[in-house]
Design a protein around this ligand. Structure first.
Ligand code: 6R9
Length: 694
């Protein structure tokens, strides 16, 4: 296991004071967001059919959501099924303390109400006569593999798995780990847990054994659900070996997982060739069909936990973000409906993996709660070629397509032809998530993919927020390329300066949120103190997002990227400390400091400064071996793009690494190094510059 903190004694990490964050003008983009005056309005026809067709209609609803959040959200919540309605005292459906100065941070919505999100996502629709409607269209990595499940079929599959879990002793409140690729069994597993009140902890199947073990050790699941292997583009990934290794690591540290339910994905790896531990491992297909296809619902309190999802922060230890049931259900369903202008005829496709929050809220729960038809895609956007996404759009007549800027930029590089090869005439709404979308990618998406017909919902939100926070509502107002536009109902953004003072009008500030919303995360698993210090201590009275933001003269919000030690690589959050910790675990590495650099496709890349141990010399083999250490500890997606040899790191006299200087060296902005006189040894800077191309 990696040590929880890197050995960079006294770095800038882990501080909860506002002064620890990057100053707002250090956040730079090669392409400046100078599209403040370019407005793109949805056509007349679109507006006519839109759920929210004007800024005025939005404003009326928004005002009510802020002045009377309890009334606003309880009206919406009443559209769902509640076994027992929440007790209403003077119309209050929520209580909160968001101000750390007034005591522990605490948020509760619909407390005392009893419901079940699986029931609302499946049974409710089947009982309303929609059982024969398609829930999932599954599209395999290979274009000639596909499948489909109706709401009734999905419900049966979920019940069979839920019965298996119960049979294995999984009870309400127990954790279940899920390490699966984008097979239908992934959302099925999530829903099965929800049905019996178990807490799912999905781990993205690109994480390494070490990372999986770290998460298993933290949440101690009774069962892990995985598959033996999967095709990803032209490669086979053998997931079972990773799980085996992870379970060995966790067992050595005292956490034993007794059941490993393994889906046999025969086209990727034969059963006989799969490593197996009798007694612990069970083939999914051998047992699940034998269980009954109906299963009683476990009614849970609105505030009972629904899932844990780990995300990176500014220390080496990932944070177990905990979401509860009622508020999350109401909020994800409502944001899905309005931000994508969802109508029941729509066919919706989100390319995210369920291993990330986008796959939780907007592949699984949000769409299913709306009884949507959802495309699930196992593969990657450019396999077998750069036209794959549009081929899928035409195949299923996708009307709403939601993806990440990194995918758009990578497809853009292949030119317009692979897009134009397909009609895409079904498309109505496009979406973007994961990082700020640069205006040129936005325009290509709008003009080439959407034929200038489809509004783009650039949705800003986070694992912690559970659902969209700042987002366009298609048709309600004109879009500006690169701006997430305005807050969703119930959300009060505040841009603050480094002293926590709220800024007015046109400004750049740290993006905070005033007051809770139904899907606010309730805590970090078994670490409420870290929840408070990370998110509520930096700017007292607010939730701090970790992002910088600009507000323009028309009130539009423009996200400018992270201001903490988190790097956003292809929309994946990676803590600099996690990568540093993996690097220093290498026997020849003495010290490491990691910063973000701009990357044409990935948005940001990982740039690592590495100091070797005495007597070790630089070599390309060592670079590869250091990269492998990161792949091994975290996963391939966190492998550094560049390793810069560093005889020493620039430190202040108190031993703090000055990342500001490292960022400038990495970006080759040598005329912007600023004051280096406070360094313990200013000579280090020139040595680093001299080694830039070594
Ligand atoms: C949903 C998700 C959250 C971080 C967030 C921000 C960045 C996400 C964005 C965006 C600008 C958008 N981010 N969406 N930045 N515009 N539309 O990605 O969650 O993985 O927790 O990442 O991603 O920096 O703070 P998560």
């Amino acid at each position: 296991m990696a040590p929880p903190h890197s050995t960079n004694g006294g770095s800038e990490h882990d501080s909860s004071t506002a002064a620890a964050f990057a100053s707002l003008d250090t956040v730079s983009h090669s392409e400046s967001f100078n599209t403040e005056h370019e407005l793109f309005d949805a056509g007349h026809k679109f507006k006519e059919g839109a759920l929210i067709s004007s800024k005025e209609k939005y404003a009326a609803m928004y005002t009510r959501s802020i002045k009377d959040p309890d009334g606003f959200w309880s009206d919406i919540a009443s559209e769902f099924y509640w076994e027992t309605k929440w007790p209403e005292e003077n119309g209050k459906v929520h209580t909160e303390n968001f101000d750390i100065r007034k005591g522990p941070v605490k948020v509760e919505w619909f407390k005392g109400g009893k419901t079940n999100i699986c029931y609302n996502a499946l049974d409710r629709h089947v009982q309303a006569g929609k059982g024969n409607q398609v829930a999932f269209y599954w599209e395999g990595n290979s274009p000639d593999l596909d499948g489909c499940l109706t709401y009734s079929e999905l419900l049966q599959r979920v019940c069979q798995l839920a019965n298996f879990l119960k049979d294995k002793g999984v009870k309400k409140g127990d954790a279940v780990a899920i390490y699966l690729p984008m097979l239908m069994e992934l959302p099925i597993a999530m829903l099965a847990c929800a049905r019996i009140g178990a807490v799912h902890s999905v781990v993205f199947a690109g994480f390494s054994a070490e990372s999986l073990a770290q998460r298993v050790l933290d949440c101690k699941p009774k069962v892990i659900i995985t598959c033996n292997a999967v095709w990803r583009g032209p490669k086979v990934l053998v997931l079972k070996t990773i799980v085996d290794e992870a379970l060995t690591i966790s067992l050595a540290q005292g956490v034993s997982v007794d059941v490993c339910l393994t889906y046999a994905n025969d086209i990727a790896l034969a059963r006989e060739k799969t490593a197996w531990q009798d007694g612990r491992d069970i083939w999914y297909q051998d047992v699940i069909p034998n269980f009954a296809s109906s299963c009683d619902i476990q009614w849970v309190d609105a505030e009972d936990p629904l899932f844990l999802l780990y995300t990176s922060g500014s220390t080496g230890k990932p944070k177990g973000v905990l979401h509860t049931t009622g508020g999350y259900m109401v909020y994800t369903a409502t944001t899905f409906k309005y931000a994508f202008d969802y109508h029941q005829e729509d066919v919706y496709w989100c390319t995210a993996d369920c291993g990330w929050i986008t796959g939780h809220s907007y592949v699984t729960y949000g769409p299913l709660l709306n009884c949507a038809k959802v495309v699930l895609f196992e593969g990657v956007p450019n396999y077998p070629d750069a036209g794959r996404c549009w081929e899928i759009v035409d195949k299923y007549n996708v009307t709403i397509f939601y993806t990440a800027p990194t995918a758009i930029r990578s497809l853009m590089r292949s030119g317009d032809e692979p897009v134009k090869r397909y009609s895409r005439k079904s498309l109505r709404v496009l979406g973007s998530v994961g990082e700020p979308i640069n205006p040129s990618a936005w325009k290509w998406y709008y003009e080439v993919v959407g034929d200038e017909r489809c509004p783009i919902s650039d949705t800003w939100w986070q694992t912690e927020t559970g659902g969209f926070m700042i987002t366009p509502l298609p048709g309600a107002w004109a879009l500006k390329p690169g701006s997430a536009t305005f807050p969703f109902f119930g959300i009060q953004p505040a841009l603050v300066d480094e002293n926590g003072k709220e800024l007015e009008g046109v400004c750049n500030g740290y993006l905070c949120i005033k007051g809770s919303w139904p899907s606010t995360f309730r805590t970090l698993y078994e670490d409420h103190a870290r929840y408070e210090t990370t998110y509520f201590a930096p700017f007292k009275g607010y939730y701090f997002s970790g992002d910088g933001c600009h507000r323009d003269a028309d009130g539009y919000y423009w996200l400018t990227g992270r201001v903490d030690d988190v790097i956003n690589v292809s929309g994946h959050r990676i803590g600099t400390a996690e990568v540093e910790s993996a690097l220093v675990s290498h026997s020849q590495c003495a010290e490491a400091a990691v910063v973000a650099i701009e990357h044409e496709v990935k948005g940001q890349g990982i740039y690592a400064f590495v100091t070797l141990k005495e007597g070790v010399s630089y070599s390309e083999e060592l670079r590869t071996s250091l990269r492998n250490a990161v792949r091994h500890q975290i996963g391939a997606f966190a492998s550094p793009d560049r390793i810069h040899w560093a005889p020493a790191l620039p430190k202040t006299r108190s031993g703090k690494i000055m990342r500001r200087i490292l960022r400038k060296i990495a970006a080759k902005q040598l005329d912007e190094l600023g004051d280096i006189s406070t360094l313990a040894d200013p000579g280090v800077v020139q040595e680093l510059i001299d080694l830039t191309d070594v």
